[in-house]
Design a protein around this ligand. Sequence first.
Ligand code: CS2
Length: 487
Amino acid sequence: MRLSRLTLDRLPEGVRKPDYDPACVTIGIVHLGVGAFHRAHQAVFTEAILGGDPSWGISGVSLRSPETRDALQPQDGLYTLKIQDGEGEQLQVIGSVVELLCAPEDPEAVLRRMADPATRIVSLTITEKGYCHNPATGTLDEAHPDIVHDLNNPRQPRSATGFIVEALARRATAGIAPFTLLSCDNLPGNGHVLKRVVKRFAELRDPALTSLVRSVASPSTMVDRIVPATTDSDRDAIATALGLDDAWPVMTEPFQQWVIENDFPLGRPAWEKAGAVFVEDVAVFEMMKLRLLNGSHSTLAYLGYLAGAETVAEAMALPGMEELVEGLMREEATPTLPPLQGFDLAAYRADLLQRFRNPRLRHRTWQIAMDGSQKLPQRLLGTIRDRLKAGAGYERLALGVAAWMRYARGLDEHGQPIDVRDPHAARIAELVRDIAEPERIVDAYLTMRDVFGADLATSAPFRLALVKALTRLVEEGSTATLRAYAR
Ligand code: CS2
């Protein structure tokens, strides 16, 4: 028997379930990219306020595959959230995603929903690459195949940007005010990046749309919750605990954080009741999270993977890893952060180490290693840029970047192929093909100005730091390189 509205009353004692009638919920939010992260974060904050205001239900849109729709539609959108750490676990059935759409199958249904007057917010978790932008400059990549396609077929878009502009145009024609855009991806100034790519796309599509897009609110947000991909054994454990099958439960940690700029012309859910924090300017929070959490995460992932660690917790247990990550955060990244009044950064860093050690989350290093070309600019390279300007050291950050270079080449330390997932995987393979010397590998990567920016790509000291780190990784291996950091 499957989890659904009909079987909700069969849930065992102790499993939290909606405190409102899911059948009374109407849609106020269209979410693009209804993956596990959205369902463990924004959908959970929304779940907490639906009892007070059922007009904020979520229409969850997949921009690529039908998998989420196929899993959740037969369950009326319901799914289980499992929150776990060393201290225990908690199960909650979430009902805030009340509709599931698959954009490639029916783009018209998505556009209709986005253009509906009841839709007041369009939120996004489409990952870094979903913005079709140049990661070093944050501007639209006008040659991106999806952008080219959408400019040629504006009424049948593929990209998030294409959907947003077409929906805004339809609303304007119908006299409906624009929705608020809410980017929830790990990009600095995510609201600005989104607005910039949407504006440029509108200009290219039809200059008459430019002023329409200019007036759209696009607050920036900082989102945080660690959400490993669900495995079949997670599904089995949920089925046993629930006595009902759930095709796509979501696994996460107790920690959750959401900092949002308060700019919602058509209104918004009272997410603060669920712990979200509304601020004037989210930039410092984003920088803190990207440079400390995500910068460490990527470093852990590449070095950990190369040293044979399958999960973040395993990587944290490698001799030297915790010291490396702690030093990277405290000595190299923290001094680049603007002051955060009343915020205890030392406690924040200690919490991060604790979260990375969470023994119950099987967060694969391979998962975090994905899309390095899109992630490194805001996670490590911006920090390095600031350290260079300040004339300060960045040895650990450079090791993180060098580990990516070693990883993304596609061969592990035993010469076995790595399944590298990155929009530029083929380009990287081509760049480094048949090259073995660290120096030449570094030079090949540094031709990627869309990743490194013109400044880092031509910085002699940066190049030297990378060559040094990569040489060590190649000659001694990741395990031995890490050991040097062990106290
Ligand atoms: C991770 C993030 O996959 C990754 O690249 O670094 O998804 C990380 O788990 C989240 O940003 C935590 O909020």
